[in-house]
Design a protein around this ligand. Structure first.
Ligand code: SF4
Ligand code: SF4
Ligand code: SF4
Length: 592
């Protein structure tokens, strides 16, 4: 009788790994395995090596841990005298764990080493080969496995139910109408006859809808005929990070099939580095979907076209602070998109400054290769972010724009860890901001006076709703209480987890804000207990924390992920917007 994978012994797992490795090694892998002459020219390309000086962090040393398997299986000397040539297959559980640490924890797949290798060794595809075989044995970070499962089961990487997705689109539409004071500004869903469908990163739906609102504003002002899909809307693809082509094809086909049903001429991919790479270049092959009856373009290309044709007019004075640009590796090295973001930023911002090195030579933000979903490597990830931090600091910029949602998170962690601040004019330096390009373009748009307008809009707000603030810092509690009360909410407070749980049960708030690091019961424990209280079902939890490894709540999802998150220090505008969004989503679920 076949036994479950989790019950297999280590040697069975290693044997299975070796078998898959042999089956999956193709000509491209073989060429890269064979081409490396250990010249060391790529060493200084890798931020892991540069930041640590550790010889085991050079690209060649990392690939050697994989190459030895290849040699043992394919090289005649490797078969004859394996010890002489360092050939060795995986033998034990410990071997697999050690390899996991290398391929998931020590390489972001950024491919900077590849562009600096005179022999074209593609480290990232070799890392991907080892990842795919480890994933099959479930020897992989829990966050990666969880996200893969969610993409298979929910069709999106954050397990967002359709109802929540549609509700968020409705909320963003209302925000946009309020911003423009124009009821004709819409976010169409499954619109027949639309020219293009816009596909997004689930982070835009779940935690950061500002970029979607900015994109919708741009499309509305430009008068475009667009739609979002009710299905197949996730442009991210963990087939890329896990090396699993079957998942990659599944995710691609969800989007392609819905776009075909809508009959659109184009699919526009929001600002997501790996989203564009996988949707445009990789998934059509993984999913055997070629030829596609529509073209796939980046939001960046659309914005360039709109600016060039005068369909949107920008006033750079609306973005007066110095702005630099971080090139997402998946756009600059793998998709050749380097000039479009600069074109937009130079027209949307008054003071654009280049970061050095840049374009195809840019360093990774640290968040690549699924890094944001691997909480166990978060500390190592930010520690090697010193390279990126120095680059950013040298620009003197207040704003680090980027065209990738992963990069937004990766850069935000780096900026906070290395305390990169700017005085925006009130004498109190704040952490640098990290928007997407469309947000800056949206802010710079001049709305034409003759733009046809619908009815003026009165925005429904959720004043008077009861919010429970749980945080052990008296200063933070006092600050949140004042801010939220000034905005007409009713606030109750708790200074530790036990008191927070008790108040949540007795007071039945409409929303709970929760710190993660507290003495006694940690915020993570409190969060998990809150999720198990039947009376609190449907009550949104908004995590507000200074910890970088809190993302385990988003990605590992032992219980349903939090509805909102924000890292400290608190950005008041984002906080108030998130509170309104969460109350909007739950308006039918809570009476308080
Ligand atoms: S990967 Fe290329 S640059 Fe790096 S050591 Fe090997 S041959 Fe040299
Ligand atoms: S792909 Fe990037 S992170 Fe990985 S070894 Fe090469 S330079 Fe380093
Ligand atoms: S997160 Fe951004 S910078 Fe980092 S690998 Fe992905 S695209 Fe590149």
């Amino acid at each position: 009788m076949e036994r479950k994978q989790g019950m297999r012994s280590a040697s069975e797992k290693a044997a299975s790994f070796n078998k898959h490795f042999k089956e999956r090694t193709n000509r491209q892998h073989a060429l890269s395995f064979a081409a490396c002459v250990h010249c060391g020219m790529c060493n200084e390309s890798c931020h892991y090596y540069l930041a640590t000086g550790d010889p085991s962090m050079t690209p060649a040393a990392k690939v050697d841990k994989i190459r030895r398997i290849y040699k043992a299986q394919n090289d005649w000397l490797g078969k004859l005298v394996p010890g002489w040539v360092g050939a060795r297959e995986m033998k034990t559980d410990a071997d697999l764990e050690a390899l996991k640490d290398v391929v998931f924890g020590s390489c972001s797949g950024c491919r900077r080493c590849t562009v600096n290798c005179p022999f074209g060794v593609d480290t990232a595809i070799l890392i991907g080969l080892a990842r795919s075989c480890l994933v099959d044995e479930k020897v992989a970070p829990e966050g990666i496995l969880s996200v893969m499962k969610d993409q298979w089961e929910w069709g999106n990487q954050m397990a967002i139910p359709k109802e929540e997705y549609l509700e968020t689109l409705a909320w963003v539409e209302e925000e946009l109408q309020a911003e423009l004071d124009d009821a004709s500004a819409k976010i169409p869903i499954d619109k027949e006859g639309a020219d293009f469908v816009y596909v997004v990163n689930p982070r835009e739906i779940k935690y950061s809808p500002m970029s979607l609102q900015a994109a919708a504003k741009i499309f509305h002002v430009a008068g475009l005929n667009w739609t979002m899909g009710s299905e197949g809307w996730d442009n991210t693809n963990f087939g890329l990070f896990s090396g699993k082509a079957d998942l990659g094809g599944h995710m691609g086909n969800l989007a392609y099939n819905h776009a075909k049903k809508l009959g659109v001429k184009r699919m526009v991919v929001s600002e997501c580095g790996h989203g564009l790479r996988s949707t445009k270049w990789e998934a059509p092959n993984w999913g055997k979907a070629n030829p596609l009856p529509f073209e796939i373009v980046s939001m960046l290309e659309v914005m360039v076209d709109l600016i060039n044709t005068g369909k949107i007019i920008l006033d750079p004075n609306k973005n007066p602070h110095p702005v630099t640009y971080h090139d997402p590796c998946n756009l600059s090295r793998s998709a050749g998109i380097t000039e479009e973001p600069r074109f937009c930023l130079k027209r949307a911002c008054k003071d654009f400054r280049e970061m050095t090195p840049n374009r195809a030579d840019s360093f990774c933000c640290t968040g690549g290769g699924g890094g944001m979903s691997m909480a166990e490597y978060a500390k190592r990830r930010v520690s090697v972010g010193s390279v990126k931090a120095e680059q950013i600091k040298a620009t003197g910029a207040a704003i680090v724009a980027t065209a990738c949602h992963n990069c937004v998170d990766g850069l935000t962690d780096v900026i906070k860890h290395y305390e990169l601040k700017y005085d925006f004019g009130n004498g109190k330096p704040q952490f640098l901001k990290v928007p997407n390009i469309c947000e800056l373009v949206g802010d710079a748009i001049v709305v034409p006076k003759d733009l046809p307008k619908g009815k003026p809009v009165t925005r429904e707000r959720f004043k008077g709703k009861k919010i429970l603030v749980i945080d052990d810092s008296p200063d933070i509690v006092a600050y949140l209480k004042t801010l939220l009360e000034d905005n007409h909410y009713q606030i109750i407070t708790a200074h530790d987890g036990a008191a927070g749980l008790a108040k949540a049960k007795s007071e039945r708030p409409s929303l709970i804000t929760l710190d993660i690091t507290m003495p006694g019961k940690s915020g993570i424990q409190v969060f998990q207990e809150l999720r198990s209280i039947p009376e609190l079902e449907g009550t949104p939890v908004f995590i507000i924390t200074g910890q970088i490894d809190f993302r385990q709540l988003m990605y590992q999802k032992k219980v349903q992920a939090p509805e909102g998150f924000m890292s400290k220090p608190i950005d008041e505008d984002v906080l108030l917007m998130t509170v309104e969004r969460l109350l909007h989503y739950t308006k039918h679920k809570s009476a308080n």
